[in-house]
Structures are given as structure tokens and as C-alpha cells.
Design a binder for this molecule. Structure first.
Ligand SMILES: Nc1ncnc2c1ncn2[C@@H]1O[C@H](COP(=O)(O)OP(=O)(O)O)[C@@H](O)[C@H]1O
Ligand SMILES: [Mg+2]
Length: 231
């Protein structure tokens, strides 16, 4: 059963339409990546799905969403543990503690639970940001270029980490990036956004779990070039 249905979605920013009659259906548990050049409307799409922007058309999406935005990251005045505990007020203290421990384990940062963001690397901060979004158990995770500030090596590691978490937690993910190789590594489907609409969809043919060596295969690089030609 499909979990997210977007029909004839149009969004205006300033005088012009940034999204124009966009249609998309996403199945439960799917990992969809939207790529597009800067200014193509990727952030606008995620902000609209998160309910931050007015729109015309129809959006059917679960209400409990998690969001990870590049610019928000984590609260610097709270420790790793406190950041993860945000959004868990609805749980009983005992259950809350269990959820915090589970998500602290996901970040692989148990030893840093009392640290602040100033004491963490970029990759560690984003792991905390993602764990924090997952802790209240959202059905859908919206991610806006969460890795664009990371160096290439860390980024590659974090992609593998995210896929591992995704397999464990079985969430529906919409991930936005301008990095094509990242999109192929992560996605079930890559959608190319241009001039306010999807101009192309690519079903990624690679099996899971995805492994680092995949990035160096001819198939991977041909798909990379193919997607690039639509950007
Ligand atoms: N707050 C805003 N007011 C007016 N125009 C905006 C605003 N935010 C973004 N835009 C415009 O909307 C278009 C799409 O922006 P955005 O969704 O941020 O693209 P992307 O995330 O793909 O880089 C751009 O032309 C941008 O200038
Ligand atoms: Mg953006």
C-alpha cells in the first residue's frame, strides 16, 4: 500500500512557481532520493511535505514525520543524550530511557553521551541529528542534504550507516541531495527534479546491502552519467 501520495502539487515562492503540478507516489518503507541542481526546488518540496509552506494540490502523508535538515543539525547547548531525548515527552520515563539508550546505540556514540556538539565531528553530529529524528518513531523521514558539509570519506561511511539504520528501523525515507553518486548508493528510486517537476525517474538496479565496492563498478558509473545528463 502506498504511504505518500502527491497529486498536482504546486508551490509558489515570491512571484513564481517553484513546484508545478508535481505527482509522486511512495510506498511504505521505500527509500526515495530526489536530485536536482541548486534552486530546482528540492528544499521547497521537503518543506511543503513537512507542512511548512502553503501549496495547491493534494498531499497524503503520515502526520508523524521526522526531519533532518542540514542547517539545523543539533542543539549546541544540549548534550548528545539530551538532544536524543527531545520529542520523547509523550513516553513514560522508563520507556523514554529505553528509547534513548536504543538510539544512543544507533549513533555508536554511547561514550559521548555527555558531550556537546562542539566536541563532536561533523559525521557524529549528523548521526545524533538522525537518531534524534528517529527516536519518536516517525513513519517517514525527510532528509535535506544532511551530508553535504561532510568530507567524502565521512560521507561514504555515513551513507552505509544510514542504510544500516534504515534496514533496522524500516522507515520510509525521502532524501534530497545534489550528489548523484550518493543518490544511487542510497536509493530504491532516484527522481530528477528540474524546473519544478520530475523530469526522470531511475529505478536503482543494485541489490542490498549496498557495499562500498559498488561505487567503482562500470554499471554504477554508467548510471551516474545517465542521471547527470538530466541535471
Ligand atoms: N523564502 C523564499 N522566498 C522566495 N523564493 C524562495 C525562497 N526560498 C527559496 N526560494 C526560491 O525557490 C527556488 C527553489 O529553492 P529551493 O527549494 O531552496 O531549491 P534547492 O533546495 O533545490 O536548492 C529558488 O529559485 C529560490 O530562489
Ligand atoms: Mg536546498
Amino acid at each position: 500500500m502506498s504511504q505518500i501520495i502527491i497529486k498536482n502539487l504546486s508551490v509558489k515562492r515570491g512571484e513564481s512557481f517553484v513546484l508545478k503540478n508535481l505527482n509522486l507516489t511512495i510506498e511504505k518503507g521505500e527509500f526515495v532520493v530526489v536530485v536536482g541542481k541548486s534552486g530546482s526546488g528540492k528544499t521547497t518540496l521537503l518543506h511543503t511535505l513537512a507542512g511548512f509552506l502553503p501549496f495547491s494540490g493534494d498531499i497524503i502523508i503520515p502526520h508523524n514525520l521526522g526531519v533532518v535538515f542540514q542547517e539545523y543539525s543539533i542543539f549546541p547547548w544540549l548534550t548528545v543524550e539530551k538532544n536524543i531525548s527531545l520529542g520523547l515527552d509523550k513516553y513514560h520515563p522508563k520507556e523514554r530511557k529505553e528509547i534513548i539508550e536504543e538510539h544512543l546505540a544507533l549513533t555508536e556514540l554511547g561514550h559521548k553521551r555527555h558531550s556537546y556538539s562542539a566536541e563532536l565531528s561533523g559525521g557524529q553530529i549528523q548521526r545524533v541529528a538522525i537518531a534524534r529524528s528517529l527516536a519518536p518513531d516517525p513513519e517517514v523521514l525527510l532528509m535535506d542534504e544532511p551530508y553535504s558539509a561532510l568530507d567524502v570519506h565521512t560521507r561514504d561511511k555515513m551513507q552505509e550507516w544510514l542504510l544500516d539504520v534504515w534496514q533496522k528501523k524500516q522507515k520510509t525515507v525521502i532524501f534530497v541531495t545534489h550528489n548523484i553518486s550518493e543518490s544511487i548508493f542510497l536509493a530504491d528510486r532516484v527522481l530528477v527534479l528540474d524546473e519544478g517537476n520530475f523530469v526522470r525517474e531511475f529505478v536503482v538496479p543494485f541489490t542490498r546491502p549496498r557495499v562500498d565496492e559498488m561505487r567503482f563498478t562500470m554499471e554504477f558509473n554508467l548510471l551516474n552519467q545517465n542521471i547527470k545528463s538530466f541535471l
